[in-house]
Design a protein around this ligand. Structure first.
Ligand code: ZN
Length: 427
């Protein structure tokens, strides 16, 4: 691992003279990404110092603002503290770390060092960057890959804006690895099958895209993951709201653009054989692999398309915002469209000229409490004291899986434990 010195005062000619008599002679962070960050402080004279603490944070979207100071023992005139990301899970490349030291003297005067920051870099590769408004895309393999995927991202954002009226509200960064193995090495605790991961808290997406399938698989996958991130921002909930999986995935597939051949075939087959799943059964997580998962995505796309094209953008936004308030799935649909998920299914089937599916006679009213608590967009939003980041993973590209955009919903919380510090949370 290459150690990066996130420069504090290194290289500056004069040491910092803070208020009171504290003189800082060294203040830096040694970054061993993605393993650890070691913060080091050295004072010219620590004889008057009573205590030292470190305040650090990683820039991310958050429901809670919680900056907690870590007390650090002073050893002579030096203090050192290591954030072991090996234990806590690491922020993605592109995320920005900031820190300050608070030095308290024996009279109780507190000196705070100027805020410093460091952006995590995966320096195993020689990154190039292309950008468009609100998007920065980094890649290192295949000259045409970066511009091609940037175009896809721009097209995806345009579609979200034009068809759903939803816009990205802060800059997103995409890191395109040549293959998913490379990507996985940048993220501790990632599923060994993952081919992409969206860190919605950080507005950062990592995807492994082999250049030879950048066009066929990379483009729709970029649009799909970007849609998750943008919709996640728009429908962000700090009160435990969640979205049914059919809605999340349907919107993301819709954002990919014109439906692929395999989606069209799934739908044609579903109509011909009258073999669609009950929409209610698509509220929770899809099976992660295999043809059933593919069909669930195709069906979700069709349901979302129906909602968007029959009722319009404003209602879809209203639905997302109502769900964000913590409203149950049926109640939110009722409030916005006047039908629950079974009524939605009836109307959607009618639009496809399908007969009503037989709904079990006692559809137990699904209250908000009874709604599956599986987080389809993979974050512990229902936990009010968030200390966890979360990410959504997408299976890797393979030659056998050119369908694109299929992402597994498994969440893996990167628990920030053992750091003695509550970091702000989340995408
Ligand atoms: Zn997805």
């Amino acid at each position: 691992m290459i150690i990066i010195v996130a420069n504090g005062l290194l290289g500056l000619a004069a040491p910092l003279q803070a208020q009171s008599d504290i003189t800082v002679t060294q203040n830096e962070a040694l970054v061993d990404f993605p393993q650890s960050v070691t913060f080091q402080l050295e004072l010219a004279d620590a004889s008057d110092v009573a205590s030292v603490s470190l305040v650090y944070d990683v820039d991310r979207l958050s429901c809670l603002e919680a900056n907690t100071a870590v007390p650090v023992e002073l050893n002579g005139n030096r203090a050192e503290w290591t954030w072991e990301m090996v234990r806590s899970g690491n922020p993605p490349p592109g995320a920005t770390l900031s820190w300050q030291w608070q030095i308290t003297d024996r009279r109780g005067n507190v000196t705070t060092t100027p805020g410093q920051s460091h952006t995590f870099v995966d320096d195993r590769f020689d990154w190039q960057t292309v950008s468009a408004p609100n998007i920065r895309l980094h890649w290192y393999e295949g000259d045409e890959v970066g511009p091609m995927l940037l175009d896809a991202a721009v097209a995806g954002l345009d579609r979200l804006q034009n068809e759903m009226g939803i816009t990205l509200d802060s800059e997103v960064q995409l890191f395109i690895y040549e293959e998913s193995n490379d990507m996985r090495d940048a993220v501790l605790y990632i599923q060994d099958w993952a081919g992409g991961v969206a860190f919605s808290d950080y507005n950062i997406i990592l995807i492994g895209v082999p250049p030879r399938i950048a066009e066929s698989w990379g483009k729709p996958t970029v649009r799909h993951e970007l849609a998750h991130l943008v919709i996640g921002q728009f429908g962000r909930s700090c009160v435990g709201g969640s979205r049914p999986t059919w809605l999340n995935e349907g919107l993301a597939v819709y954002a990919e653009g014109e439906p692929s051949e395999s989606i069209q075939e799934d739908l044609a087959r579903g109509i011909e054989n009258n073999s669609f799943e009950p929409v209610r059964s698509l509220n929770g997580a899809f099976s992660s692999h295999g043809p059933e998962a593919g069909i669930a995505y195709s069906q979700s796309y069709s349901v979302v398309k129906f909602l968007l094209e029959s009722y319009g953008q404003a209602q879809m936004q209203d639905l997302l915002l109502t769900l964000a308030q913590g409203t149950g799935y049926d109640e939110a649909l009722e409030a916005v469209y006047g039908f629950n998920v079974d009524g939605l299914e009836l109307a959607w089937r009618k639009s496809l000229n399908l007969p009503p599916r037989e709904i079990p006679p006692t559809p137990t009213a699904v209250s908000a409490q009874a709604v599956p608590t599986i987080e389809p967009f993979g974050l512990p939003e229902s936990v009010p004291t968030e200390t966890a980041a979360a990410a959504t993973a997408v299976p890797p590209a393979t030659t056998n899986n050119p369908g694109g955009g299929i992402c597994n919903l498994t969440a893996f919380p990167l628990l920030l434990i053992g750091v003695g510090l509550v970091l702000r949370r989340r995408k």
